[in-house]
Design a protein around this ligand. Structure first.
Ligand SMILES: [Zn+2]
Ligand SMILES: [Zn+2]
Length: 158
């Protein structure tokens, strides 16, 4: 996986004739999202279960999809997440179809809810999510801020 991400960066560097800082790569469960790009953290996350079940599709499409988000952020700053800049990089740098949804089988993927603090993201179980709806509060151990619902969703299930 690291190789696939770094290979995308090599392609991008040849295309744009400049260097890009390599991102951190994580494998955390992320609801039904196949991948997520964290722009400020320069991090890409891939769903470990969906990855294991769909390795080819991840390498050929999910990896370039998320890398393109980080490239757009570096090159253009805050623009539409799946806008023309992103589509253009998917087409011209990676020769990929710019899909924004996936068709992976998500039956094995437990339902989780995306939450954020000031420093990280969390996939909470239904039980914890329901506790929060009933008034419970969870704090991040690192930054001590309360977890709040997040609508980060990229390459989600259709
Ligand atoms: Zn935190
Ligand atoms: Zn996306």
């Amino acid at each position: 996986m690291t190789d696939a991400v770094f290979y995308c960066y090599e392609q991008a560097e040849r295309y744009f004739k400049r260097t890009f800082e390599r991102p951190t790569i994580t494998f955390r469960r992320s609801g039904k999202n196949a991948g997520t790009a964290f722009l400020q953290q320069n991090r890409v996350n891939f769903h470990p279960i969906l990855f294991k079940d769909n390795i080819d599709a991840f390498l050929s499409n999910v990896v370039p999809h998320e890398v393109s988000h980080l490239l757009v952020w570096t090159l253009f700053g805050r623009v539409q997440p799946h806008g023309k800049e992103w589509q253009s990089i998917m087409h011209h740098v990676f020769h990929c179809t710019p899909n924004t949804t996936h068709h992976f089988d998500v039956k094995k993927v437990a339902r989780t809810f995306n939450y954020v603090c000031d420093c990280d993201t969390y996939a909470l179980t239904t039980r914890r999510h329901n506790n929060i709806l009933k008034g419970a509060q969870y704090k991040c151990r690192k930054c001590r801020t309360l977890l709040r619902a997040s609508d980060v969703s990229c390459l989600k299930a259709q």
